[in-house]
Design a protein. Structure first.
Ligand SMILES: Nc1nc2c(ncn2[C@@H]2O[C@H](COP(=O)(O)OP(=O)(O)OP(=O)(O)O)[C@@H](O)[C@H]2O)c(=O)[nH]1
Ligand SMILES: [Mg+2]
Length: 874
């Protein structure tokens, strides 16, 4: 995951105002302010008053000394750090950025730097004791800076703390209002504001934005403003003491990027390791509470009216506030408390009766029914909810719904039903992803038992679930991946499931045997024909052709022939599955006998000629005798290889969470509670999506669509009734097109799973990728050992082919949606591979939350860069 903003070097900060910002008790800021004032500089940025009740940030002494030791290399960013000023405090001041010249003039910078180095470097200040008082702070400033003076009115103001004598605020008089720091957000076209710093790591993917050392897998900490990421060695140097949380020093005072709001207060393990728990708690607390990091009220628009600060405070401090409030346009039904995004169904029920926003618009939620609730036309899902409550919604009806769930006709007094008291409504709400009141206290007089509360909790949990839709073309491997997910994430198969899996596997084995027996009959016939032909060409000494023995090496005994006839008949009539479990007991001795039979063995040796025999048959046929026994228990591998286990026509779903694993190398800001986050993998067979995939509508609330393609499809064909052949990869492409352009999925992230890499590796040597017309332009130039999987610099043919296929799909996706397609390559039969793909899916959801543009290149075509990476479409 990389930041892909405009290419501005981060090491040499962009033309941004040097940000001399309040650090609650840091006299360093005051020192800098004084110096800057002496240089008569315009201080452009507003001052953010950090929570003055907070103590200053503690940087553990080892971190500090590390900084100091390294200070010789540290020239291009402002460094501010201090020790806990509750104790005797040491202060340090670092040189200003060299390229601050545009503000300071080069000599000013040099002077300032000299001063820092000479006067207030950490070492020099280490003996300076700052007591918790304004006077002593100023005194220490005088000590530490020859020319420093503080003529409050002219340049800076040192604000007394509200807490005792602690010096806590330094502000500059000419600062503009705080409003000016809010940049326009995606959702809002507010006035043009000072440009937020942008980050770049000079195109070095996965590298630290400061030292530029590349290690994609090493944890990094992100600046909430510009998105720059720093490795553990550079973190403290780049971010200083973090008075506003994780921000580059040059970003302090700027509002955080809205896409990173979800990260507020959630730091990485790396930060804790570097600074220790106490310091991190302090930093996180400042990050969450400091004023500049708060959501700008005007970016929240309710019923067509941007909120004032007071209204936002009211909204956020009400008993049931909107969760995870982000900038955007919302509607709010003041009477019932229903709350949703403009044009969408309700997403929450918040506290009612708050005086925010204008009157609700009838089309606020884009409803398409004849029913109005509190003047809002409701959506179909809500209509079903009302019906579940037994409320008659025939005709054009206008209801009045109060916060306690009482529903009545508009203008009438009789209550038609109490919505939140009906258990059925809870279930319907959970099923349709509609909100249900979270505060049971609103049920005045309604008996909400423990079970109901649990149901509410479950329904809320359901809503929080991350839903992954798995779909793919025929035989692409979706059910294998689905089963693999169950195995990898330890979701047990129930006893009943195992029993039915056992019968499915046994039925499959009988059908494989049937295919072999059918082949045997053909081989027997062919053999006979050949014998007759030979006899005719080579007549015996008497000159007559004689009679050919009808029996040959493919002939069965009468008993086995009878069994064979019965089995083939049962298969043709489609009754195979109905003979279980009885068949197990009756026919397993015959299978054993058959297996020992020479004719059957001769057929088995020629099984590669039997094209109806699926690949999985090889796995089971070797153990046919064991599998057809009564006492057979399927192993996990058997379940994985078995065909037809996940209902081939339906929808199957499994819930899981990711256990902590070493594969969490994707995690940039690991969430401690990650294993508590639930995911639901929903596998749907293509045939159940109907014509033009119209039933995709049912999956409007999925978070990620995973489309599975078999890499072996490129040289395989379907043949229709008229003998017209279609390349399977081209067929997959068509399915892909219709799914990605389906209106229900128009704003979803897509992850392409290129499956069966193992088979591609086997096949590609004998069958070129260009066999498929879509890949005609695949002309790899191979050097060395072309087919050997090897280092990043010399990818194998299969790896190059994967890359080519991935790029084709990515371009197609971009042309259809103007968005980026994520790709994961792997082998569904390998647990690790499926785990990696699903974890990648999780990362995509996280990135989506962060709205982080991603820009990792597949430039070196290595397997690693092909697998689970995102590339720019070239
Ligand atoms: N060698 C290999 N075989 C695989 C892989 N993934 C799936 N298969 C096999 O490919 C066949 C089809 O896989 P399924 O998982 O049944 O495919 P599907 O998407 O459910 O297809 P339908 O059954 O048509 O719905 C099965 O025999 C699997 O064992 C893989 O990565 N490698
Ligand atoms: Mg299948």
């Amino acid at each position: 995951m990389e930041y892909s903003g405009p290419p501005v070097s981060h090491d040499i900060p962009q033309v941004v105002p040097i940000d001399i910002r309040l650090i609650p008790t840091a006299s360093v800021a005051a020192a800098r302010a004084v110096r800057l004032k002496n240089f008569a500089l315009p201080i452009i940025q507003p001052i953010v008053k950090s929570d003055q009740s907070k103590k200053n940030v503690v940087v553990e002494s080892n971190s500090v000394s590390e900084i100091v030791e390294d200070s010789s290399n540290f020239e291009s960013s402002v460094r501010v750090y201090s020790r806990n000023l509750d104790n005797d405090s040491d202060i340090g001041c670092a040189p200003l950025p060299n390229d601050s010249n545009h503000l300071l003039g080069s000599s000013a910078v040099e002077d300032f730097n000299d001063e820092c180095n000479a006067g207030v470097s950490y070492d020099n200040c280490s003996n300076a004791t700052i007591s918790d008082s304004k006077e002593s702070t100023l005194k220490s400033l005088e000590n530490s800076s020859e020319n420093a003076s503080c003529e409050g009115d002219e340049g800076c103001v040192v604000e007394p703390s509200t807490q005792g004598n602690r010096t806590s605020a330094v502000t500059f008089r000419d600062s503009p209002s705080i409003d000016s720091i809010y940049e326009e957000s995606d959702e809002d076209d507010h006035a043009v504001l000072p440009e937020r710093p942008v980050a770049s790591n000079d195109g070095k993917k996965g590298s630290c934005y400061k030292c530029h050392k590349r290690n994609r897998f090493a944890e990094k900490e992100i600046c909430l403003v510009c998105g720059a990421k720093y490795c553990k060695n550079c973190l403290v140097r780049a971010m200083g003491c973090m008075p506003e949380g994780r921000k580059c020093i040059t970003c302090i005072g700027y509002p955080i990027h809205e896409s990173r709001r979800g990260l507020l207060g959630k730091c990485s393990r790396m930060l804790k390791k570097q600074l220790g728990n106490d310091a991190v708690n302090q930093i996180m607390s400042s990050e969450v509470s400091c004023e500049v990091n708060q959501l700008p009220s005007y970016l929240i628009c309710v019923n067509g009216k941007p909120l004032s600060i007071g209204e936002l405070v009211m909204l956020q401090s009400c008993p049931n506030p909107p969760k995870k409030l982000k900038p955007g346009k919302y509607w709010y039904d003041k009477v019932s408390g229903f709350w949703g995004k403009d044009g969408e169904k309700p997403s929450q029920i918040i506290s009612a009766e708050m005086a925010i926003g204008y009157r609700i618009n009838e089309d606020a939620s884009n409803g398409d029914t004849n029913v109005l609730i509190n003047n809002r036309r409701i959506t179909k899902a809500e209509l079903w909810m009302l019906q579940a409550a037994g409320i008659n919604c025939e005709g054009n009806v206008h209801f009045w719904l109060t916060a306690d769930g009482s529903c009545m006709h508009e203008g009438m007094n009789n209550v038609l039903g109490l919505l939140w008291a009906k258990k059925r409504v809870k279930i319907v709400c959970a099923a349709l992803s509609l909100p249900y009141p979270s505060d049971t206290s609103i049920h005045d007089g309604v008996d909400v038992d423990k079970g109901a509360a649990e149901a509410i909790a479950r329904s809320l949990e359901q809503k929080m679930m991350n839903k992954l839709l798995l779909v793919g073309s025929e035989q692409s491997g979706t059910s294998t991946i689905f089963k693999q997910a169950k195995i990898v994430y330890s979701v047990p198969f129930s006893e009943d499931e195992i029993q039915s899996i056992k019968f499915v596997i046994q039925k499959n084995v009988y059908s494989y045997i049937g295919i072999l027996l059918e082949g045997r009959a053909r081989f027997e016939e062919d053999y006979l024909v050949e014998m007759r032909r030979q006899q005719a060409n080579e007549p015996g000494p008497s000159g007559d052709s004689g009679s050919v023995d009808e029996r040959n090496i493919y002939s069965l005994s009468q008993k086995l022939k009878a069994f064979s006839d019965w089995l083939l008949q049962t298969m043709i009539s489609g009754n195979l599955e109905f003979i279980f479990p009885a068949a197990t007991q009756m026919y397993s001795p015959l299978v054993e006998e058959l297996w020992k039979d020479k004719a059957f063995q001769a057929t088995y040796r020629r099984r590669n000629e039997l094209h109806l025999l699926p690949r999985a048959a090889n796995y089971f046929l070797d153990r046919a005798v064991e599998v057809t026994q009564m006492g057979y228990e399927p192993t996990q591998m058997d379940i994985l290889y078995a065909e037809g286990i996940t209902s081939s026509n339906g929808v199957a779903s499994v819930e899981f969470s990711f256990p902590k694993s070493s594969q969490d190398w994707y995690m940039e800001s690991p969430d401690e509670n990650d294993s508590a986050i639930r995911y639901q993998l929903i596998r749907v067979h293509l045939s159940s999506l109907g014509e033009n995939c119209k039933w995709l509508e049912m999956f409007e609330d999925v978070d990620l669509v995973m489309f599975c393609v078999s890499l072996t499809d490129y040289d395989e064909y379907y043949e229709d009734m008229n003998g017209v052949r279609t390349n399977k990869m081209v067929a997959s492409k068509r399915v892909f097109e219709s799914i990605v352009t389906h209106p229900t999925l128009s704003d979803k992230n897509f992850l392409l799973l290129l499956n069966k890499l193992d088979l591609l590796e086997e096949k590609i040597e004998g069958s070129p990728l260009s066999e498929c017309e879509w890949f005609e332009d695949f002309t790899p130039v191979m050097s060395g050992h072309p087919h050997r999987a090897n280092s990043n610099n010399n990818p194998s043919l299969a790896q190059r082919a994967c890359h080519h296929v991935a790029v084709k799909f990515k371009r197609l996706f971009a042309s259809l949606t103007d968005r980026k397609l994520f790709v994961s390559v792997g082998t569904g039969l390998e647990g690790e591979s499926v785990d990696r793909a699903l974890r990648y899916g999780r990362e995509i959801l996280r990135w989506n939350d962060e709205m982080q543009p991603v820009n990792i290149s597949m430039n070196d075509s290595s397997c690693e860069s092909i697998t689970n990476t995102i590339e720019p479409i070239t």
